[in-house]
Design a protein around this ligand. Structure first.
Ligand code: AMP
Length: 450
C-alpha cells in the first residue's frame, strides 16, 4: 500500500511519487502516523532505514507554507549528516515552491545565513554548535511557531558531547513535539533524553536493520590493481560498483586501463571542481553507469542508491575509512558486498581489518575468476595466533553441525553445513562488535558528562 494510507495531502503523495518513494519503509510505517498526530517519539532506526523521510514527511505535511517562520528544527551531529537531511528536505521545494529550508553548519557560513535572515525558513537543519549560535545566542528568528524538534542520530549527539547544546536548544525552542532518532537505545541515553524531553514515547522499537553487508578480503596475487579491477568486474558483473583509492596517483593507471579496455566509469575525486563533482554525483545517481572510480571523499555522508559492490583498491591507513567506504553498499535493506584488495605486500593491512571482527571471508582472483580462498595469506598468518573459541560458541557450532546432518546425503550438503556454522560464527562476531560499540559509547558518554 502506498503513502496515501496516512491521509497525507494529495500533493504530498504526488511529490513522494515524483521523488521515487512509492511505498513507506517499515520505520516510516511506524513513525509517520504518530508524528502526524503530534506525538513525541524516541525511535530506534539506523541510517539506511528511511528514517530521514519518516520525520521529513510529517514536517512537510504539517508545514504552513504561507507562514515564513521556523516551524521545525533538525539537529544532526555532523556536517555531512546535516547536509544530507537538508538535501532530502530541499528536494520537496520543487513540489512546494514556498517551502523554505536552510542549512546551518560550519560549511554554510555567511551567505545562506544572510539570505535566511531576510526571509525566515520554515525548516532549519544544522549542527548543534551553529544552531545554538543562531537560535539561542543571536536569537535571529522568531521561534514561537516551532512545533517540532528533531534530534537525528541522538546517540552520536551525546557521544560527541553535545549534551549542553541540546538542552539549551530544547529550552529555547520549547517545541511541543520532539522526534528523537537513534541507532541504539541504551538505558543511559533514554534516561538522559527523557529528562530533557518528558513525554517521549517509544515507537519503532523493533530493530530495522539496513541490508546485510558482506565483507571480503580479496587476494589479487601478482596482478596489478588496475588489471585486478578489470578482471574482478568481468567476474562479478556488479550492478553498481564503487572502486576507492586513497591516493590520486593510484587512480591514474586504473583509469588508463579502464579506458583502454573500453570500460565505462564515472570519476569522482576532490581534485574535481565543485561543479564537476556535482555533475559526477548526478551521473552516478542516474543509474546509467556500473562503475565509479573514487577517492575517499565519496565514502562519507553521500547517499547513493543501488550500490551493490564496494572495492577498496588499497586498504586505507585508517581502518574507519574502510568502513565508511563499505557502508556505501547495503543501504535501505539492499544486500551489498565490500571487497578489500590485498597481495603479499599488503597482508598486514588486511590483518588490521580482521581485528575489527566484521566477519571477513577470503577470496582469490585467478584470471577472471573469483574463487573462495581456503589457503588465504591472511588466514595463514592469523592462524598461528588464533584464539580459543568460547565454550558456548563451540557448543552452538556442534549443534549447528548436528542439525544439518542428514540421513541421506543431499546435494549442497557440505555447503549447507558450512553455512550453518558460519551463521553461528557471525552471531558471535556481531555480539563482539556490539559489545565494543557499547563500551565505546558508554566511555564517551561518561566523558561528555564530566
Ligand atoms: P536514511 O539514511 O535512513 O534516511 O535512508 C536514506 C535512503 O533511503 C535514501 O536513499 C532515501 O532516498 C531512501 N528512502 C527513504 N524512504 C524511502 C522509501 N519510502 N522508498 C524508497 N527509498 C526510500
Amino acid at each position: 500500500m502506498s503513502f496515501s494510507r496516512f491521509n497525507l495531502s494529495r500533493r504530498l503523495v504526488e511529490a513522494l511519487a515524483g521523488l521515487g518513494y512509492l511505498e513507506p519503509s517499515p520505520i516510516q510505517d511506524k513513525v509517520i502516523p504518530s508524528a502526524l498526530r503530534g506525538k513525541s517519539l524516541l525511535v530506534q532506526a539506523p541510517t539506511g532505514s528511511g528514517k530521514t523521510h519518516s520525520f521529513l514527511i510529517p514536517i512537510v505535511e504539517k508545514c504552513d507554507f504561507s507562514l515564513p517562520r521556523p516551524q521545525a528544527v533538525v539537529v544532526a551531529p555532523s556536517r555531512e549528516l546535516a547536509r544530507q537531511s537538508y538535501e532530502f528536505a530541499r528536494a520537496f521545494v520543487r513540489y512546494f515552491p514556498s517551502f523554505r529550508v536552510r542549512l546551518f553548519s560550519s560549511e554554510s557560513e555567511v551567505s545562506q545565513n544572510e539570505e535566511g535572515r531576510s526571509l525566515p525558513p520554515q525548516l532549519i537543519v544544522g549542527t548543534p554548535g551553529r544552531l545554538v549560535d543562531l537560535l539561542v545566542k543571536r536569537d535571529d528568528y522568531p521561534l514561537n511557531n516551532v512545533k517540532t524538534l528533531v534530534l537525528d542520530e541522538a546517540d552520536m549527539l551525546l557521544e560527541e558531547g553535545y549534551v549542553e547544546e541540546i538542552k539549551s536548544l530544547a529550552e529555547r525552542l520549547k517545541a511541543p513535539q520532539a522526534l528523537v532518532f537513534s541507532a541504539t537505545l541504551k538505558p543511559h541515553l533514554i534516561a538522559a533524553l527523557k529528562k530533557d524531553f518528558p513525554g517521549l514515547d517509544f515507537e519503532g522499537n523493533e530493530q530495522v536493520t539496513p541490508g546485510e553487508l558482506h565483507h571480503h578480503l580479496l587476494d589479487i596475487k601478482h596482478v596489478g590493481k588496475a588489471r585486478a579491477l578489470v578482471n574482478f568486474l568481468k567476474a562479478r558483473k556488479p550492478y553498481l560498483c564503487l572502486a576507492f583509492s586513497s591516493k590520486k596517483e593510484g587512480m591514474k593507471p586504473v583509469a588508463e586501463l579502464l579506458r583502454n579496455e573500453g570500460i565505462d566509469y564515472v570519476y569522482f575525486s576532490g581534485a574535481l571542481s565543485e561543479r564537476d563533482r556535482k555533475k559526477a554525483i548526478r551521473e552516478i545517481r542516474s543509474g546509467r553507469h556500473a562503475l565509479v572510480l573514487a577517492s575517499d571523499l565519496l565514502a562519507r555522508g553521500i547517499d547513493l542508491p543501488g550500490v551493490s559492490d564496494v572495492v577498496s583498491l588499497d586498504i586505507p591507513a585508517e581502518t574507519a575509512f574502510y568502513f565508511h567506504r563499505a557502508g556505501r553498499a547495503a543501504r535501505f535493506g539492499e544486500e551489498g558486498d565490500s571487497w578489500a584488495f590485498y597481495n603479499s605486500d599488503t597482508v598486514s593491512d588486511a590483518r588490521r581489518l580482521l581485528l575489527e571482527e566484521a566477519g571477513f571471508d577470503y577470496y582469490v582472483l585467478k584470471g577472471e575468476a573469483l574463487l573462495k580462498d581456503p589457503t588465504s595469506l591472511v588466514k595463514k598468518e592469523r592462524g598461528a595466533k588464533k584464539k580459543e573459541l568460547p565454550a558456548e560458541e563451540i557448543k552452538e557450532i556442534k549443534i549447528a553441525k548436528a542439525l544439518s546432518r542428514k540421513k541421506h546425503v543431499e546435494p549442497m550438503h557440505k555447503k549447507k553445513t558450512q553455512f550453518a556454522i558460519e551463521k553461528v560464527k557471525r552471531k558471535y562476531r556481531r555480539a563482539a562488535i556490539k559489545k565494543k560499540v557499547r563500551e565505546a559509547i558508554n566511555a564517551s558518554y561518561k566523558k561528555g558528562k564530566r
